[in-house]
Design a protein. Structure first.
Length: 310
């Protein structure tokens, strides 16, 4: 009785730790100005040629990341996780540490569950189960993060045409670019909060002293969207050569709306192909059963009746 009780206690503690890590990862930021300035400093450090080695201390999360970085490939894993979390719109200072901690706890929970399920199996079967548990524990969190990145990029992609159109209109009233971007982010923070937050972050970085080109380059690196890259290049080139930006943004907004319509038409065209497999696997067998089984039963009943009459 002691072993099952200990297993359930450990499972409860692991699930509670995972829930706490998820809540801390996705909760709202309490000091967005400080977080954005910290992000500005982090991107400035990332742009340097030589990246200093991570140091311990500075709290539990920094110490945890330092311990992870000591393992082979740990620093690259932390840097890649940080980049993907930024592309998913999760940019808290402790986000990377919370994600890696949750990943480790999730893998430990899967290992414990596999050991419990195979407690009576031979060692060879346990080894295979542990290998499968390790693969699942490594892949599932990464797939969840990849899905969050795709979801965030899709929201940015959908918000771009209207946002660029509104930015061109505001620039046409005579406002400067920073003022226009801040005005657009204020107007769209309830409709397209993701892109509004990205615009306000760029303005905050420029006000903090970073060059506009580097701020837009950081925006492209955070989002990873080709349309955002084109928009950033257009704004930087327009400012460098002194050309009219409002008219260029109007034309670019029309092109973005055309691309959005084409993507919608492509999704509609693919819907028929995607529906083919559920129809063949789930719907057609049921129709066959409903249509054929009554007739088969009736034929069998008639055959039994004829055999009984003989």
């Amino acid at each position: 009785m002691l072993v099952p009780a200990l297993f359930f206690v450990l499972a409860f503690v692991t699930l509670a730790a995972l829930a706490w890590a998820a809540i801390m990862l996705f909760q709202n930021q309490e000091d967005p100005l400080s977080d954005r300035l910290d992000e500005l400093q982090a991107h400035a450090m990332a742009g340097a040629v030589h990246t200093p080695r991570r140091r311990g201390g500075g709290g539990f999360f920094n110490t945890f990341l330092y311990v992870v970085s000591l393992f082979p490939g740990g620093e690259d894993f932390i840097r890649e996780t940080d980049r993907e979390l930024a592309q998913a719109g999760i940019r808290r200072r402790q986000a990377t540490a919370l994600y890696i901690l949750g990943n480790i706890l999730f893998m430990a929970a899967i290992f414990a569950a596999m050991l419990w399920l195979q407690r009576e199996n031979p060692i060879t079967a346990k080894f295979g189960g542990l290998v499968a548990a390790g693969i699942l524990g490594w892949l599932i969190p990464k797939q969840v993060l990849h899905r969050l990145v795709r979801h965030y990029r899709r929201k940015l992609q959908e918000a771009l045409p209207d946002t660029v159109d509104l930015l061109g209109i505001v620039l046409g009233t005579g406002l400067a670019l920073d003022q226009a971007m801040m005005r657009v982010s204020e107007e769209l923070q309830y409709i397209y909060p993701e892109l509004a937050s990205e615009f306000s972050t760029v303005v905050m970085q420029v006000k903090a002293g970073q060059e506009r080109g580097k701020a837009f380059h950081a925006l492209v690196r955070r989002t990873g969207i080709e349309d955002v890259k084109s928009l950033s290049a257009m704004i930087v080139q327009s400012e460098r050569f002194g050309t009219s930006l409002s008219q260029a943004l109007k034309v670019y907004a029309d092109a973005l709306r055309t691309r959005r319509r084409l993507r919608a038409e492509t999704a509609v065209a693919r819907a028929g192909i995607k529906m083919l497999f559920p129809i063949v696997i789930f719907i057609l067998p049921v129709l066959f059963v409903v249509a054929l089984v009554p007739g088969i039963l009736s034929v069998l009943h008639d055959l039994r009746g004829g055999i009984g009459a003989r």
